[in-house]
Write a protein of this length. Structure first.
Length: 276
Protein backbone atom coordinates (compact mmCIF):
# COMPACT_ATOMS: atom_id res chain seq x y z
CA UNK A 1 0.00 0.00 0.00
CA UNK A 2 2.75 2.46 0.94
CA UNK A 3 6.26 3.27 -0.26
CA UNK A 4 8.96 3.70 2.38
CA UNK A 5 11.89 6.09 2.65
CA UNK A 6 14.34 7.17 5.33
CA UNK A 7 15.92 10.57 5.94
CA UNK A 8 19.73 10.35 5.80
CA UNK A 9 19.96 13.28 8.24
CA UNK A 10 20.62 10.88 11.11
CA UNK A 11 23.38 8.95 9.31
CA UNK A 12 26.02 11.43 10.39
CA UNK A 13 29.38 11.07 8.64
CA UNK A 14 28.36 8.06 6.57
CA UNK A 15 28.85 7.59 2.82
CA UNK A 16 25.82 7.52 0.55
CA UNK A 17 26.77 3.98 -0.47
CA UNK A 18 26.66 2.68 3.09
CA UNK A 19 23.36 4.41 3.79
CA UNK A 20 21.64 3.08 0.68
CA UNK A 21 22.97 -0.42 1.29
CA UNK A 22 21.47 -0.41 4.80
CA UNK A 23 18.10 0.82 3.56
CA UNK A 24 18.03 -1.75 0.78
CA UNK A 25 18.79 -4.51 3.28
CA UNK A 26 15.82 -3.56 5.44
CA UNK A 27 13.35 -3.26 2.57
CA UNK A 28 13.13 0.47 1.90
CA UNK A 29 12.14 1.86 -1.48
CA UNK A 30 14.05 5.13 -1.31
CA UNK A 31 16.27 7.51 0.63
CA UNK A 32 15.65 11.15 1.54
CA UNK A 33 18.82 13.24 1.15
CA UNK A 34 19.97 16.15 3.29
CA UNK A 35 19.58 19.49 1.54
CA UNK A 36 23.27 20.31 1.45
CA UNK A 37 24.45 19.88 -2.16
CA UNK A 38 28.12 19.94 -1.15
CA UNK A 39 27.63 16.62 0.66
CA UNK A 40 26.90 14.68 -2.50
CA UNK A 41 28.20 13.79 -5.91
CA UNK A 42 24.83 13.59 -7.66
CA UNK A 43 26.09 11.20 -10.35
CA UNK A 44 27.30 8.87 -7.61
CA UNK A 45 23.93 9.10 -5.87
CA UNK A 46 22.06 8.13 -9.02
CA UNK A 47 24.38 5.21 -9.60
CA UNK A 48 24.17 3.94 -6.02
CA UNK A 49 20.38 4.04 -5.80
CA UNK A 50 20.11 2.43 -9.23
CA UNK A 51 22.47 -0.36 -8.20
CA UNK A 52 20.17 -1.16 -5.27
CA UNK A 53 16.92 -0.78 -7.26
CA UNK A 54 15.94 2.18 -5.11
CA UNK A 55 15.16 5.88 -5.61
CA UNK A 56 15.65 9.27 -4.01
CA UNK A 57 12.26 10.12 -2.57
CA UNK A 58 12.89 13.71 -1.57
CA UNK A 59 15.31 16.35 -0.35
CA UNK A 60 15.17 17.49 3.29
CA UNK A 61 16.10 21.14 2.85
CA UNK A 62 17.84 22.92 5.74
CA UNK A 63 16.52 26.38 6.59
CA UNK A 64 18.91 28.17 8.93
CA UNK A 65 19.45 31.84 9.75
CA UNK A 66 21.13 32.35 6.38
CA UNK A 67 18.19 30.78 4.51
CA UNK A 68 15.14 32.69 5.69
CA UNK A 69 12.48 33.38 3.07
CA UNK A 70 10.53 35.65 5.42
CA UNK A 71 13.40 37.81 6.68
CA UNK A 72 12.92 41.62 6.55
CA UNK A 73 16.32 42.01 4.86
CA UNK A 74 15.83 41.67 1.06
CA UNK A 75 19.41 40.43 0.66
CA UNK A 76 18.75 37.55 3.06
CA UNK A 77 15.50 36.68 1.30
CA UNK A 78 17.31 36.64 -2.04
CA UNK A 79 19.93 34.31 -0.61
CA UNK A 80 17.18 32.00 0.66
CA UNK A 81 15.48 31.89 -2.74
CA UNK A 82 18.82 31.07 -4.36
CA UNK A 83 19.12 28.18 -1.92
CA UNK A 84 15.66 26.89 -2.87
CA UNK A 85 16.71 26.95 -6.52
CA UNK A 86 19.95 25.09 -5.74
CA UNK A 87 17.95 22.38 -4.01
CA UNK A 88 15.59 22.21 -6.97
CA UNK A 89 18.65 21.63 -9.18
CA UNK A 90 19.88 18.95 -6.78
CA UNK A 91 16.46 17.29 -6.78
CA UNK A 92 16.40 17.14 -10.56
CA UNK A 93 19.94 15.80 -10.72
CA UNK A 94 19.21 12.88 -8.38
CA UNK A 95 15.68 12.25 -9.64
CA UNK A 96 13.87 13.33 -6.46
CA UNK A 97 10.29 14.40 -7.23
CA UNK A 98 9.82 16.38 -4.00
CA UNK A 99 11.80 18.93 -1.99
CA UNK A 100 10.85 20.43 1.36
CA UNK A 101 10.46 24.18 1.82
CA UNK A 102 9.96 26.13 5.04
CA UNK A 103 8.98 29.80 5.06
CA UNK A 104 11.30 30.96 7.84
CA UNK A 105 14.52 29.90 9.52
CA UNK A 106 14.40 27.01 11.94
CA UNK A 107 14.44 28.21 15.58
CA UNK A 108 13.18 31.71 14.71
CA UNK A 109 10.22 31.86 17.06
CA UNK A 110 9.10 35.48 16.64
CA UNK A 111 8.61 38.09 13.96
CA UNK A 112 11.43 40.41 13.00
CA UNK A 113 9.00 42.63 11.10
CA UNK A 114 5.24 42.82 10.67
CA UNK A 115 3.71 39.33 10.56
CA UNK A 116 1.69 40.20 7.44
CA UNK A 117 4.83 41.35 5.65
CA UNK A 118 6.73 38.20 6.60
CA UNK A 119 3.90 36.02 5.34
CA UNK A 120 3.88 37.95 2.04
CA UNK A 121 7.67 37.65 1.66
CA UNK A 122 7.52 33.91 2.36
CA UNK A 123 4.79 33.44 -0.23
CA UNK A 124 6.76 35.43 -2.80
CA UNK A 125 9.93 33.44 -2.12
CA UNK A 126 8.21 30.06 -2.30
CA UNK A 127 6.46 31.12 -5.50
CA UNK A 128 9.72 32.18 -7.16
CA UNK A 129 11.43 28.97 -6.06
CA UNK A 130 8.40 26.93 -7.06
CA UNK A 131 8.24 28.41 -10.55
CA UNK A 132 11.89 27.53 -11.06
CA UNK A 133 11.36 24.01 -9.66
CA UNK A 134 8.37 23.51 -11.99
CA UNK A 135 10.68 23.96 -14.97
CA UNK A 136 12.65 20.96 -13.63
CA UNK A 137 9.54 18.85 -12.84
CA UNK A 138 10.22 19.15 -9.10
CA UNK A 139 7.47 19.65 -6.51
CA UNK A 140 7.76 21.72 -3.34
CA UNK A 141 6.06 20.76 -0.08
CA UNK A 142 5.57 23.37 2.65
CA UNK A 143 6.36 22.05 6.13
CA UNK A 144 4.99 23.08 9.52
CA UNK A 145 7.21 22.91 12.61
CA UNK A 146 6.18 23.04 16.25
CA UNK A 147 5.95 26.31 18.17
CA UNK A 148 9.38 25.82 19.75
CA UNK A 149 11.05 25.84 16.33
CA UNK A 150 9.05 28.47 14.43
CA UNK A 151 6.35 31.05 14.96
CA UNK A 152 5.02 31.02 11.40
CA UNK A 153 3.55 27.64 10.40
CA UNK A 154 2.71 25.15 13.16
CA UNK A 155 -0.27 23.22 11.75
CA UNK A 156 -1.25 21.66 8.45
CA UNK A 157 -4.18 24.03 7.91
CA UNK A 158 -1.73 26.95 8.05
CA UNK A 159 0.40 25.21 5.42
CA UNK A 160 -2.67 24.83 3.22
CA UNK A 161 -3.40 28.56 3.59
CA UNK A 162 0.13 29.44 2.48
CA UNK A 163 -0.02 26.92 -0.35
CA UNK A 164 -3.20 28.58 -1.63
CA UNK A 165 -1.52 31.99 -1.52
CA UNK A 166 1.48 30.64 -3.45
CA UNK A 167 -0.98 29.22 -6.01
CA UNK A 168 1.26 26.89 -8.02
CA UNK A 169 0.27 23.41 -9.14
CA UNK A 170 3.66 21.96 -8.12
CA UNK A 171 3.44 23.24 -4.52
CA UNK A 172 1.76 21.14 -1.83
CA UNK A 173 2.24 20.57 1.88
CA UNK A 174 3.73 17.94 4.17
CA UNK A 175 3.14 16.67 7.67
CA UNK A 176 5.56 15.48 10.34
CA UNK A 177 4.11 13.39 13.14
CA UNK A 178 6.67 14.65 15.66
CA UNK A 179 5.53 18.25 15.15
CA UNK A 180 1.89 17.25 14.67
CA UNK A 181 1.85 15.48 18.05
CA UNK A 182 2.56 18.86 19.64
CA UNK A 183 0.36 21.10 17.52
CA UNK A 184 -2.59 19.23 15.98
CA UNK A 185 -5.75 18.44 17.91
CA UNK A 186 -6.03 15.15 16.03
CA UNK A 187 -3.36 13.92 13.64
CA UNK A 188 -5.68 11.78 11.53
CA UNK A 189 -8.26 14.54 11.17
CA UNK A 190 -5.56 17.00 10.12
CA UNK A 191 -4.39 14.59 7.41
CA UNK A 192 -7.91 14.02 6.11
CA UNK A 193 -8.61 17.76 6.07
CA UNK A 194 -5.45 18.31 4.01
CA UNK A 195 -6.52 15.77 1.41
CA UNK A 196 -4.70 15.93 -1.92
CA UNK A 197 -2.64 18.92 -0.74
CA UNK A 198 -0.56 16.51 1.37
CA UNK A 199 2.21 15.25 -0.91
CA UNK A 200 4.89 14.24 1.62
CA UNK A 201 5.06 13.09 5.24
CA UNK A 202 7.68 12.45 7.92
CA UNK A 203 7.07 9.77 10.54
CA UNK A 204 8.70 9.84 13.97
CA UNK A 205 7.44 8.82 17.38
CA UNK A 206 6.50 11.28 20.13
CA UNK A 207 10.13 11.45 21.31
CA UNK A 208 11.40 11.66 17.70
CA UNK A 209 12.79 8.15 17.88
CA UNK A 210 11.74 5.20 15.72
CA UNK A 211 8.01 4.41 15.69
CA UNK A 212 7.25 2.11 18.61
CA UNK A 213 9.75 3.77 20.95
CA UNK A 214 7.37 6.53 22.07
CA UNK A 215 3.62 6.78 22.64
CA UNK A 216 2.26 7.89 19.25
CA UNK A 217 -0.60 5.80 17.89
CA UNK A 218 0.29 5.38 14.22
CA UNK A 219 -2.71 3.30 13.20
CA UNK A 220 -5.08 6.31 12.84
CA UNK A 221 -2.34 8.16 10.93
CA UNK A 222 -1.92 5.33 8.43
CA UNK A 223 -5.66 4.89 8.12
CA UNK A 224 -6.07 8.59 7.33
CA UNK A 225 -3.33 8.39 4.71
CA UNK A 226 -5.11 5.41 3.16
CA UNK A 227 -8.40 7.29 3.25
CA UNK A 228 -7.00 10.23 1.26
CA UNK A 229 -5.28 7.85 -1.19
CA UNK A 230 -1.87 9.26 -0.27
CA UNK A 231 0.59 8.58 -3.09
CA UNK A 232 3.85 9.84 -1.60
CA UNK A 233 6.48 8.08 0.49
CA UNK A 234 6.28 7.37 4.20
CA UNK A 235 9.61 8.88 5.18
CA UNK A 236 11.10 8.38 8.62
CA UNK A 237 12.83 11.47 10.01
CA UNK A 238 14.10 10.48 13.42
CA UNK A 239 16.69 12.19 15.62
CA UNK A 240 18.23 11.83 19.10
CA UNK A 241 16.05 13.22 21.90
CA UNK A 242 18.30 16.14 22.78
CA UNK A 243 18.22 19.91 22.54
CA UNK A 244 21.18 19.59 20.15
CA UNK A 245 20.65 16.29 18.31
CA UNK A 246 23.36 17.05 15.77
CA UNK A 247 25.82 17.67 18.59
CA UNK A 248 24.97 14.22 19.93
CA UNK A 249 25.79 12.66 16.58
CA UNK A 250 28.98 14.68 16.14
CA UNK A 251 30.19 13.30 19.46
CA UNK A 252 29.55 9.74 18.31
CA UNK A 253 26.19 9.22 19.98
CA UNK A 254 22.95 7.97 18.50
CA UNK A 255 24.31 4.72 17.08
CA UNK A 256 20.93 3.08 17.64
CA UNK A 257 19.58 5.34 14.87
CA UNK A 258 21.58 3.42 12.28
CA UNK A 259 20.75 -0.31 11.95
CA UNK A 260 18.54 -0.73 15.02
CA UNK A 261 16.10 2.12 14.50
CA UNK A 262 16.19 1.91 10.71
CA UNK A 263 15.00 -1.69 10.89
CA UNK A 264 12.47 -1.04 13.66
CA UNK A 265 10.89 1.92 11.86
CA UNK A 266 9.84 0.04 8.76
CA UNK A 267 9.02 -3.22 10.55
CA UNK A 268 6.75 -1.48 13.08
CA UNK A 269 4.82 0.55 10.50
CA UNK A 270 4.49 -2.33 8.04
CA UNK A 271 2.83 -4.42 10.78
CA UNK A 272 0.23 -1.68 11.19
CA UNK A 273 -0.16 -1.40 7.42
CA UNK A 274 -1.02 -5.11 7.23
CA UNK A 275 -3.92 -4.61 9.63
CA UNK A 276 -5.59 -1.76 7.74
Amino acid sequence: MFKYSFDALVYHGESIGASVQRLSKFGYDAIELVGEPALYDTKEVRQVVSDHNMAVSSICSIYNAERDLAHPDPAKRKKAVEYVKRIADMSAEVGAPVMIVAPAANMRIKELGAASDEWKWAVEGIREGGEYAASLNVNLCIEAWNRYETYMLNRLDQCVAMMKDVDLTNVGIMGDTFHMNIEETNNADAIRASGSALIHIHLADSNRAAPGIGHTDFRPVLQALKDIDYQGYLTFEILPAAADPFGVMQKGGGKEFFDEYTQQSIAFIKEIEKSL
